[in-house]
Ligand binder design. Structure first.
Ligand code: BGC
Length: 744
């Protein structure tokens, strides 16, 4: 092999000069050639992933023996080079390792958490963010990220909703595919591409009660129409790898689900990348009571088609014996190894597994920071703006209060291993630098979001009284969301609501800025804030982005990618639910107070709602205000009916009737009125970000084919069904102009 002759130093110097992409047919040939030379032990080695702690003699020995296919969590490029050199030069077949890391919303330059990015409804922005993350990662030798997370989540209690792209399968699919394109680029082997990993397959976000790792019970139609849909889209976009989830669905843990991994993923979807387990999700089948011992774990997962085991070593310990006993087939092993080697070839690792440590760094470059700032601007959602208090004039005196005004660590959000808080620009820091013209007084009052002491409340009131307007920065510390950080109460935590009330009691206008990892139940806080700007943890550049919005350099355009409930007890509440047989009426419904004392048994109108919190959420999916005002008019369809296989075009005019330039996210929803199974009351089928200058109007159009209206019906086959449809285009999932058409 030429690389061996050049030696490692020569290779580093040449890094980047290689053309490492092979034609697919060439890759298949190379994979087969290599596979034919491999011993069973070497094959099993490729299926084994370990977590990196240090480069010691034992690790190097294992690599030399070909016992490791991948390591996760090395971020030192020199160590990556040392390890790859050992694999390339000192193992029998010279197979490079694939180096994984959770690069979820940026590596060093941290972007808004995925749920925030989803609020942008902007695939290009999401793609660009993933590209930045990939560039910074590959620079350190990371060639594989465990993202995007495509778990549909309808439950804000679940801490990992932060990592999700929201509750809607269409939005999550579009943005997930964009993230895959961003991470992988056009060519996986290019120096700023890394392999994506769609996760967690499948249903993890439907954890019962929002408690992490809990069982899920997703029946087949829902599984195909909602939970699998974004995965299919991301795989069609070329996602290189996929991760199984921790949960059991209807009794079958995902890492042992042969139907989903073999029939759906491989046979139906033709996925040819590789599948990795989640961290010990294979051996956790013991706790699930699905495997009797660790050998049984290895047998079940290998037979299910799971290619690489993350850290729990059951393949390493038992696969050989299982193959020899005929309990795992050589065909399954070969297929898994093919999938892994194919991906390594696509990444160009065989030609150049090394990091060029002499290359100028792009980490925290101005370009990356500006991308992150743009993402933070587009991810913020304006929920309330009474009397158009926002944007603020720069000559006002401002009181800045609250624990999130200067929380450089927390602002970055969950799943940040590598972002350095010293680089975070908080709102306070932005006031001290870029916005140093603003006259402000700062009182944190609470040191962190959970703090319970009210000792400094008087200071807050004094500061508010001394200013024209108060900006209160509340929310969640980053550790309150993310993996294993579920909550059963999603009010503003601690005494933050009390602080807000105290500040408002001073009588001056209050702007509430929230930074959180999940939707919160903030109805009780709304009376005490004239304006509310909601940010899912906005990342490194959140501070300047928020000030840009507050002072009107930028105009909010984010829309909620999840329903905001009024009370936690309303969960799950999501816009694309099926209709009950007794839907709540359009108008008023009975409230708790209207029920007479000692009322006799009554069915209270016979419809589906809560006596104490009604039928509606606080804010619907797709909701978000702007400083501009947009008016929709003239919705027309190209036809009243279309044949199966045909298309329909919907046109609508949007006018910016205000004096402020802005961007509106126009959303198209449909309802399939009658189906072979009950259909959701609304489904998002298109969205467009429309930039409109003050006074400008524009006619936009969406074209839908009958394929876009297809779903898995009674027979679990995906197809559109003839019949009537309603269609809406509007500013959120509850408001829009309506039209109707049918498929003949
Ligand atoms: C998480 C995965 C993650 C993996 C590796 C697990 O605990 O569920 O999402 O990719 O760890 O860090």
């Amino acid at each position: 092999m030429m690389i061996k002759k050049i030696g490692v130093l020569g290779v580093f110097a040449l890094a980047g000069m290689f053309t490492t992409s092979y034609a697919q047919s060439d890759i298949e040939k190379r994979v087969e050639e290599l596979l034919s030379k491999m011993t069973l032990e070497e094959k099993i080695g490729q299926m084994n992933q370990l977590s990196y702690f240090e480069t010691n003699a034992e690790l190097l020995e294992q690599i030399k023996k070909g016992e490791i296919g991948s390591l996760l969590n090395i971020i030192d490029p020199n160590e990556v080079n040392r390890i790859q050199k050992t694999a390339m030069e000192n193992s029998r077949l010279g197979i490079p390792l694939i180096i994984g890391r959770d690069v979820i919303h940026g590596l060093k330059t941290v972007f808004p958490i995925p749920l925030g990015q989803a609020a942008s409804f902007n695939p290009q922005l999401v793609e660009d963010g993933a590209r930045v993350a990939a560039t910074e990662s590959r620079e350190l030798g990371i060639t594989w990220t465990f993202a995007p997370m495509l778990d549909i989540s309808r439950d804000a209690r679940w801490g990992r909703i932060a990592e999700s792209l929201g509750e809607d399968p269409y939005l999550a699919g579009e943005l997930g595919a964009a993230m895959v394109r961003g991470f992988q680029g056009n060519d996986l082997s290019s120096p700023n591409s890394i392999a994506a990993c769609v996760k967690h397959f499948i249903g993890y976000g439907a954890a019962e009660g929002g408690r992490d790792y809990n069982s899920t019970n997703i029946p087949p139609h829902l599984m195909h129409n909602v939970y699998l849909a974004p995965f299919k889209k991301a795989i069609d976009a070329g996602a290189a790898t996929l991760m199984t989830s921790f949960n059991d669905n209807d009794g079958i843990p995902a890492s042992g689900n042969d139907y989903l991994l073999k029939d759906v993923l491989r046979k139906q979807w033709k996925f040819d990348g590789f599948v990795v387990s989640d961290w010990a999700s294979m051996s956790e089948m013991l706790a699930h009571g699905f495997a009797k011992d660790s050998k049984d774990v290895a047998r079940i997962s290998a037979n299910a088609g799971l290619d690489m085991e993350m850290v729990s070593l059951t393949y390493h310990r038992h696969l050989k014996e299982l193959v020899e006993a005929g309990q795992v087939s050589m065909t399954d092993i070969d297929n898994s190894v093919r999938n892994i080697l194919r991906t390594k070839y696509r990444l160009g690792l065989f030609s150049n597994p090394y990091v060029d440590t002499n290359k100028a760094s792009t980490i925290y470059s101005q370009e990356h920071l500006q991308e992150a700032r743009k993402a933070a601007v587009e991810s913020a959602i304006l929920l309330k703006n009474e009397g158009n208090i926002l944007p603020l004039k720069e000559n006002l005196k401002v009181a800045v209060i609250g624990p999130l005004a200067d929380a450089p660590h927390d602002q970055m959000g969950t799943w940040v291993f590598d972002g350095d808080k010293a680089h975070t620009v908080t709102p306070l820091k932005a006031l001290q630098t870029e916005y140093s013209n603003i006259n402000y007084v700062y009182e944190p009052v609470l040191a962190f979001s959970r703090e319970k002491s009210t000792a400094n409340f008087e200071k807050a009131k004094k500061a508010a009284a001394s200013a024209d307007v108060t900006i209160v920065f509340l929310g969640e510390e980053s550790i309150l969301s993310g993996e294993a950080h579920s909550l059963s109460n999603i009010n503003l935590i601690g005494v933050q609501s009390d602080l807000l009330r105290e500040v408002k009691s001073v009588g001056k206008p209050v702007v509430l800025v929230i930074m959180a990892g999940r939707p919160l139940t903030i109805e009780r806080d709304l009376p005490y804030a004239d304006a509310v700007l909601f940010n899912f943890h906005p990342g490194t550049m959140g501070g300047p982005a928020i000030l840009d919005l507050i002072f009107g350099k930028a105009n909010p355009s984010g829309k909620l990618p999840v329903t905001f409930v009024r009370e936690v007890g309303q969960i799950p509440m999501y816009y694309n639910h099926n209709s009950t047989g007794r839907p709540a009426p359009e108008g008023d419904i009975m409230t708790l107070d209207q029920i007479p004392v000692e009322a006799g048994q009554t069915s209270l109108g016979n419809t589906s709602f809560y006596l104490d919190s009604g039928k509606n959420p606080l804010y619907p999916f797709g909701y978000g205000l702007s400083y501009s005002k947009f008016e929709y008019s003239g919705l027309t369809l190209s036809a009243n009916s279309i044949p199966m296989g045909g298309t329909i075009t919907a046109k609508v005019t949007i006018k910016n009737t205000s004096s402020v330039d802005g961007v509106e996210v126009a959303q198209l929803y449909i309802r399939d009125m009658v189906g072979s199974i009950a259909r959701p009351v609304k489904e998002l089928k298109g969205f467009k970000r429309v930039a409109l200058k003050a006074g400008e109007s524009q006619t936009i159009e969406f074209t839908l084919s009958t394929d876009d209206l297809a779903f898995f019906g009674r027979d679990l086959v995906k197809k559109a069904e003839s019949g009537d449809f309603k269609l809406w285009i509007g500013t959120n999932s509850s408001e829009g102009l309506e039209a109707g058409f049918s498929i003949l």
